[in-house]
Design a protein around this ligand. Structure first.
Ligand SMILES: N[C@@H](CCC(=O)N[C@@H](CS)C(=O)NCC(=O)O)C(=O)O
Length: 85
């Protein structure tokens, strides 16, 4: 199993931004495509408390469901990037 799971939607620019950062940092990740209909996004709702994507789960670091692409990119950089301890 990969380090990180990302909930996403094809064509979502915010998801692409997070993907780029994951690829740049060479982090392994699995993806879960959420349904187009918000009413059917039960899994991502349970994980993150909202239905927007992207959302990441990083169990090794206690991240159960982080939303907001800017926050995710910042988190990835701080945790896995050159700024990581
Ligand atoms: N501010 C959010 C915006 C994310 C966003 O708008 N995602 C779209 C798909 S590209 C979505 O899930 N929209 C539905 C929603 O916002 O609930 C971020 O940067 O992560």
């Amino acid at each position: 199993m990969a380090d990180i799971t990302m909930y996403e939607l094809p064509g979502c620019p915010y998801c692409a931004k997070v993907r780029s950062k994951l690829d740049e940092l060479e982090i392994e990740y699995d993806t879960i495509e959420v349904p187009r209909s918000h009413d059917d996004r039960t899994e991502v709702q349970e994980v993150s408390g909202q239905t927007g994507v992207p959302v990441i789960v990083d169990e090794a670091n206690g991240i159960d469901g982080m939303s907001e692409s800017d926050d995710i990119v910042e988190y990835l950089e701080e945790t896995y990037g050159s700024g990581a301890a």
